[in-house]
Design a protein around this ligand. Structure first.
Ligand code: PLP
Ligand code: COI
Length: 357
């Protein structure tokens, strides 16, 4: 069912009246005034419903605030710029993959799963009413933030029994619109074996903030994390998976319990061969990378993720004063274009990747 403005509850219609896209759009500058909300109580989820983006009333001893029982997803609805916009003016990208990962995150943090269809339905409903806030330019999108947190007010160190599910939305540019600089993190670790690195636990991001301070002081944009045991092998960026191209081979670290299984990563692994690239999932020693760059080899590095799409890296640095500029970014830009063409419905894609709303 698509909600038209005449069938919208008047409170929702009032919230949307007069809301305009900011210029420039940026990332997260305008929060959509409507969200989807559902609570889990007495062992069951209520059906998510649309409501205004109002402050939540939380007891100071709400579980998530103390013990971090909180997860999220990052997804996008793109303007359908293809030949059949009648299918739906907006396109979600691989929504069921996000639903499944959300449930893997929930299970890892001892939270209840949400039926995949209910998850996707909540997104469809929100995107349908926010259609005027889905921006039109290629690369822009309505960024969607499904979230779940433990809502029980209880300081005992046990899982919540009540949970809150929200979907927030913000019309946005891609997270990065120009090539980025990456800071190799030599000291802290993002994730350890058996931990929560392979899911989207809110605390994974909080744990990166202290490490990000020197990066900002040095004018860099993303931390590139190494493995927690030897501090030698590339893992991923704070909010993106990492790819390295050496000649005709595109490398990315294999998935493990310390790396998030990015849906963009998976998409690129499937698209790469059509660019004549050989795809290899294997460990990448940071010295292999820095030596190859220093030797002037044909090397490219880029990050990929929902927010960033594909972000070419133009400079790699670290706390020792290492500064390695990377000139070649052609593959990253080609992959970015192909992916965006798919996400906007311009190019056909495998089943389930383009989800009209
Ligand atoms: N790795 C981390 C830690 C992330 O936060 C993200 C962003 O969601 C990704 C990788 C990329 O995942 P995806 O492509 O599914 O957005
Ligand atoms: C995403 O790419 O959607 C992310 O979740 C990254 C981020 C903005 C934290």
């Amino acid at each position: 069912m698509t909600l038209t403005s005449s069938s919208l509850p008047s409170e929702i219609a009032d919230r949307l009246r007069g809301v305009e896209l900011p210029e420039p759009l940026g990332f997260g500058r305008l929060m959509a005034p409507v969200m989807s909300l559902a609570y889990y109580r007495d062992g069951a989820w209520e059906t998510p419903r649309l409501t205004g983006l109002d402050p939540l009333q939380l007891a100071p001893h709400t579980q998530a605030l103390h013990y971090g029982q909180a997860i999220f997803e990052g997804m996008k609805a793109y303007r359908n710029l293809g030949d059949s916009p009648a299918d739906g003016p907006s396109l979600l990208f691989r929504p069921y993959e996000h639903a499944r990962r959300f449930n893997r995150s929930a299970a890892r943090l001892g939270m209840p799963e949400l039926d995949e269809q209910v998850f996707v339905r909540a997104l469809e409903e929100l995107v349908a009413v926010l259609e005027p806030l889905v921006p039109g330019q290629q690369g822009q999108s309505l960024y969607l933030r499904p979230t779940m947190f433990g809502a029980t007010a209880d300081l005992s160190v046990v899982p919540s029994t009540e949970f809150c599910f929200l979907v927030l939305a913000t019309p946005s540019d891609a997270f990065f619109t120009a090539p980025i600089s990456a800071w190799i993190e030599r000291h802290y670790s993002r994730a350890g074996a058996g931990g929560t690195g392979c899911v989207k636990a809110a605390g994974n991001y909080a744990a990166s903030f202290a490490a990000a301070a020197p990066l900002r002081e040095n004018g860099f944009q993303q931390l590139l994390w190494l493995d927690a045991v030897e501090h030698t092998y590339l893992e991923e960026f704070t909010a993106m998976n990492v790819f390295v191209r050496r000649g005709e081979t595109l490398l990315t670290p294999p998935l493990s319990d310390t790396i998030l299984a990015g849906i963009t990563r998976d998409s690129l692994l499937r698209l790469g061969p059509s660019f004549g690239l050989r795809m290899e999932e294997r460990q990448i020693d940071v010295h292999e990378l820095t030596d190859a760059i220093q030797a002037g080899e044909d090397v490219e590095v880029f990050g990929c993720g929902t927010g960033a799409v594909v972000a070419p890296v133009e400079l790699i640095g670290d706390e020792t004063g290492l500064r390695l500029p990377l000139p070649a970014q052609s593959t990253a830009l080609e992959l970015r274009k192909r992916l965006l063409d798919i996400q906007h419905g311009i190019t056909p894609a495998p089943e389930g990747w383009q989800w009209p709303v």
